[in-house]
Design a protein around this ligand. Structure first.
Ligand code: GRF
Length: 203
């Protein structure tokens, strides 16, 4: 059974999507740890409700980013995580953390990369006047939202009146993509050739 570590910073609806996928047997795995970078993260209540160990790792408690990432590595390795999912985690992953999990660390981003990387992707898309945006699940590499793309879902946003409506419209598709990709990881493998990713079902 695949052991999943989740990093989150906010309300945790993508984390919840993984929990729902596990409950509905779409994902053959278990979340062995939730790591949040703030005690205010709504994701904590979701972990508590599901009886999942959670760890609050706050930047202010560490001398530097490297030490903070070192603590996260300690937690994830201690729980023997096979896959690490950034589910609305708003920090850049440092080389200590990436070095340990590159190739088995994924992120969900609320735009069709390479368009609109970085923060406030939904606001960027709305402000640009894009008619179609969406979400991307990708491997995490040393850049910002630059890793090989695993899955993308297009979403029409041409009639949205503001960036909030764009975010609300894309979010359910993020959850669906998250469940599909994590489920695939639990039942097969993704092969990366250069920038291209293909799925090989069945372990
Ligand atoms: C999601 O839109 C995600 O794509 C972005 O931040 C939001 C997090 O939402 N990185 P949640 O915490 O998973 O509800």
């Amino acid at each position: 059974m695949m052991r999943i570590g989740v990093l989150a910073s906010g309300r945790g609806s993508n984390f919840q999507a993984i929990l729902d996928g596990i409950r509905e047997k779409q994902i053959d795995g278990e979340v062995v740890a939730l790591v949040v970078d703030s005690p205010e993260a709504g994701a904590i209540a979701r972990a508590q409700a599901a009886g999942i160990p959670y760890f609050v790792v706050e930047r202010k408690d560490f001398a530097g980013k490297a030490e903070m990432d070192g603590r996260i590595v300690e937690i994830l390795e201690g729980k023997r995580a096979d896959l690490v999912v950034l589910a609305g985690y708003m920090r850049i992953v440092g080389k200590e953390l990436l070095g340990k999990f590159e190739g088995r660390m994924i992120n969900i981003h609320p735009s069709l990369l390479p368009s609109f990387p970085g923060l406030d992707a939904q606001k960027q898309a709305f402000g640009h006047g894009a008619k179609v945006s969406g979400c991307t699940v990708h491997f995490v590499d040393g850049g910002t939202d630059t890793g090989p793309i695993i899955e993308q879902v297009p979403v029409y946003i041409g009639d949205c009146r503001d960036a909030h409506e764009v975010a609300e419209r894309i979010l359910p598709y993020e959850h669906k993509a998250m469940r599909t990709v994590v489920g695939n990881f639990s039942k097969g493998k993704y092969v990366v050739e250069g920038r291209r990713v293909r799925y090989e079902g069945g372990l």
